[in-house]
Ligand binder design. Structure first.
Ligand SMILES: OC[C@H]1O[C@H](O)[C@H](O)[C@@H]1O
Length: 331
């Protein structure tokens, strides 16, 4: 086995190209867009929203894709496994990831569906409202996952959104098993409280079984354990899983690891664009984990990475975060 540092951090998730534009709340109402959440949309509505976007910009996104890109920018060897079609969006998505230094091992899928896009509207309060057309990426299944590659992962991060379909669940279980057999640590992001509601039993089985770590926000943890008591939900999670992180918007992040409970404070600011905040939290958190940090430092590193990404438009870091973390004594 190769030494831990040389082994990649690998993510499996939806390969989504973000199309971002600014708008006001009246526009959201006019287009019947629900504010602040991720809504899945059909192709026709995606095309309508795309056409209505003023001054749109394109940026590679996808929740776990963003996290892995953040880890790559921090200097770790990384690979992202996602499914794109053989079209312009898919080609640009894969190329932009590889240019940034993260391997994108899967060739374009042979599918009639187009590559995925998310139409993201950012309001003046920095809130982002995502309208995702999943297309090709949501059909990721076991044939898309190279188990030999999974066996080389130091850390494997699985995106909860892909748990919406049975082939995604099968792919996750096989990938986690291969990662564990290779001596790596596997974990999952809960992604979305509605997705958790739809697959509660399977999410719990994953977290209580092969997962070494799990990352979610307050709403997702409450949904997972069907309670309105966050302490209760996190106690249940940490009884089953070695490392648990809970983000709470502008409240401190809670991390439970190795019998320790730590809170990482969050500075309250009005974001420029909240897209990717949770994803970059995960990047910093896993950077800490990869370096052997404890609960408090993992939480603080995650918070620092999230703070950077909400200061500009787009879901991936623009600043040299290694230098920033060094300034903060976190690298
Ligand atoms: O978490 C933010 C990401 O989720 C959606 O999948 C978008 O692609 C965006 O980049």
């Amino acid at each position: 086995m190769t030494p831990t540092e040389a082994r990649p951090v690998i993510g499996i998730g939806n390969a989504v190209m973000d199309v971002i534009s600014a708008c006001d709340d009246a526009f959201l109402d006019h287009m019947s867009i629900e504010k602040g959440i991720m809504q899945l949309v059909e192709r026709e509505r995606a095309e309508r929203l795309f056409a209505a976007m003023d001054g749109r910009t394109e940026a590679p996104g996808g929740s776990v894709g963003n996290t892995i890109a953040g880890l790559g920018a921090l200097g770790l060897p990384t690979a992202f496994v996602g499914r794109v079609a053989r079209d312009g969006v898919g080609t640009r998505y894969a190329a932009s990831i590889e240019t940034a230094g993260t391997a994108f091992p899967n060739p374009p899928a042979e599918t009639a569906l187009p590559s995925s896009r998310s139409m993201i509207f950012v309001t003046p309060d920095g809130e982002r409202s995502m309208n995702t057309y999943l297309g090709a990426s949501a059909d990721l299944g076991p044939p898309d996952v190279d188990l030999a590659l999974m066996g080389r992962a130091s850390i494997l991060l699985l995106e909860g959104y892909l748990f919406d379909k049975e082939p995604g669940k099968q792919a996750f279980r096989a990938a986690a098993k291969a990662c564990a057999q290779g001596g790596g640590r596997a974990g999952v992001t809960l992604s979305d409280p509605f997705c958790v509601d739809r697959h509660r039993g399977d999410f719990r089985a994953l977290i209580e079984g092969p997962m070494n770590f799990a990352i979610g926000n307050r709403e997702e943890w409450l949904a997972l354990y069907e309670t309105d008591d966050l302490d209760e939900a996190l106690a249940l999670a940490s009884a089953a899983c070695a490392v648990v992180a809970c983000t709470r918007s502008s409240d401190s992040v809670i991390v439970l690891a190795g019998g320790t409970r730590a809170e990482a404070p969050v500075e309250r600011v009005v974001p420029v664009d909240a897209t990717g905040a949770g994803d970059q939290f995960a990047a910093g958190f896993l950077y800490g984990m990869a370096r052997g940090a404890g609960a408090e430092v993992m939480g603080r590193t995650g918070v620092a990475c999230a703070a950077e990404v909400i200061g500009h438009v787009g879901p991936r870091p623009e600043m040299d975060m290694r230098a920033r973390l060094a300034e903060l004594g976190l690298a």
